[in-house]
Each structure stands twice: as structure tokens, then as C-alpha cells.
Design a protein around this ligand. Structure first.
Ligand code: SF4
Length: 264
């Protein structure tokens, strides 16, 4: 079983509990305007030119984004970090892109990680077939679940997709007893409106199993990635989200989970 992976990063402390190794899978059905990982969205290997500075000269080299890897290759790679997982209560997080866009590979990988007694987390937009979620459920310790926009039309406008399957999947996970870490991106004038945050608050208040809520203020570090990929960036003039404002929005959610934080 092979999947398309575009990065594996050790020592992440923002993708679930403890020190984690995050496996980034390629392919996402959404097109969020603020996406920080534009290189993750295409389900194909992409070629870009990377520039390296060497003294006063600049060398340009072609580089592939995305690499086919087998489940065993990924497991072998993350096993090297096992001492850090054991020391910190960490594990492996599958992210993307949307990991459920490669449902068979994601399921097989999670299953193998559990066979090796490695803690697993799945970072998902929730936009997935119900069957895919059902398949990964037994092998996933924590779901990091994004809640971006509660209104269906605005979700369609800013991410290119309806949020109906997302909300259904979230409720299904809650009913099944999943451990949920909810992630709310704050993007000025798009996701941070009073209507949207109130509606998201209402959705979360009806859920069981919410262990944590992370408020994720927008930052603009992805702009160069868009340039390198030759993709348009639609939030060119947007500034990094004001931290104080984010802390204020956090207050809306403090009673809904044991841990609520800004920054993820
Ligand atoms: S769901 Fe995540 S990876 Fe997909 S487009 Fe949105 S921000 Fe990017």
C-alpha cells in the first residue's frame, strides 16, 4: 500500500499531545483562501524551482513536492522518533492536505501505527466520506478537527465546498465517543465575525468529547510558497491576526473544553 507524502516533520508540539512526528499527505478537496500549505492541495507530485544562495550567487534547482511511500517506509521513518514519543506522551499525527483524501493509505498507516503501540492523531478538515471516517475511527486516538465557517454559503464561498458533510462527520465522531481537539482558524472579516464565532460556539456546545479548542490566528508566512508554486494568493494584503483580539475571542470558548488556547 503506497501513499503520496509531501513531508514528515519531527518534534512538532502543535499537532496533538507531547512531542509528535507529523506526516503530511498530499491532496485536499478544499481550497481555503488562507491555506498555509498550498503545496499540499494537489493530489499529484508537483515540480517547483527552489533557490539556494551560495555566497553572492543563487542556484536554482528543480524539486519534486510529493513522494510515493509505502506504509512500512513511513512507519520505519517515524519509529526513529519513538524515544521522544515515550518521553513526552507524544506520537504520530497525520496531516495534509486532507489525510482522508487518501483513505485506504491513511487507514492502513494508522492501523500499522497502532499495531506498533504508537499514539495516533488525525488532523482533518472533516470533508470526507462517512465510510472513510468509519474506517479510521478504531485506529485514531485523537481527531484534530477544523471548524472554519458555520454558514454553508460562506463555507462554499471561502473554501470552495459545502460544510454539510463536515458538520455531519463531526457530530458522528462526537456520538461515537471520539476525543476531539477542535481547531478554529481566525481570518479577519472571514471566520472571525461575531455571527460565525457564535455559531461555532453553539455547534461545539452540543458536542461530547471535546478535550481541547485551539484558536489559530492567521499568519501570512505561506505567501512565498504560493509564489514558488505559481499559484495566486488571494489574501495578499492581509496582516497577521492581532494576538489581543484572538485572546479576546478565546473567552467565548473557555467553558466548552478543559483546554482552550490561542496558537495551537
Ligand atoms: S482544508 Fe487545510 S489543507 Fe485543505 S485547503 Fe483548507 S487549509 Fe489547506
Amino acid at each position: 500500500m503506497k501513499g503520496l507524502v509531501f513531508d514528515i516533520r519531527s518534534f512538532s508540539v502543535h499537532d496533538g499531545p507531547g512531542i509528535r512526528t507529523t506526516v503530511f499527505l498530499k491532496g485536499c478537496p478544499l481550497e481555503c483562501l488562507w491555506c498555509h500549505n498550498p503545496e499540499s492541495r494537489s493530489p499529484e507530485v508537483e515540480k517547483v524551482m527552489r533557490e539556494y544562495k551560495l555566497g553572492s550567487s543563487c542556484i536554482r534547482m528543480p524539486e519534486n513536492i510529493g513522494k510515493e511511500m509505502s506504509v512500512n517506509q513511513v512507519v520505519e521513518r517515524v519509529e526513529a522518533d519513538r524515544p521522544f514519543f515515550e518521553e513526552s506522551g507524544g506520537g504520530v499525527t497525520l496531516s495534509g492536505g486532507e489525510p482522508l483524501f487518501q483513505p485506504n493509505f491513511t487507514t492502513a498507516l494508522l492501523k500499522e501505527l497502532k499495531n506498533k503501540s504508537i499514539h495516533t492523531a488525525l488532523d482533518t478538515s472533516g470533508f470526507a466520506q462517512a465510510e472513510a471516517l468509519d474506517a479510521v475511527f478504531p485506529f485514531t486516538d485523537i481527531f484534530l478537527f477544523d471548524l472554519k465557517l458555520a454558514d454553508e454559503r460562506r463555507h462554499l464561498k471561502f473554501t470552495g465546498r459545502t460544510n454539510l458533510p463536515i458538520l455531519n462527520n463531526l457530530r458522528w465522531l462526537s456520538e461515537k465517543g471520539a476525543s476531539l481537539f477542535i481547531r478554529i482558524p481566525l481570518v479577519e472579516g472571514i471566520t472571525d465575525t461575531a455571527e460565525n464565532l457564535d455559531a461555532i460556539r453553539h455547534i461545539i456546545s452540543k458536542l461530547k468529547g471535546v478535550q481541547r479548542i485551539d484558536i489559530l490566528p492567521y499568519h501570512y508566512t505561506a505567501q512565498q510558497k504560493y509564489e514558488r508554486l505559481g499559484q495566486p494568493y488571494h489574501l495578499e494584503n492581509m496582516k497577521a491576526y492581532n494576538r489581543q483580539k484572538a485572546e479576546k475571542h478565546k473567552e467565548l470558548f473557555v467553558n466548552l473544553a478543559p483546554h482552550v488556547s490561542v496558537g495551537g
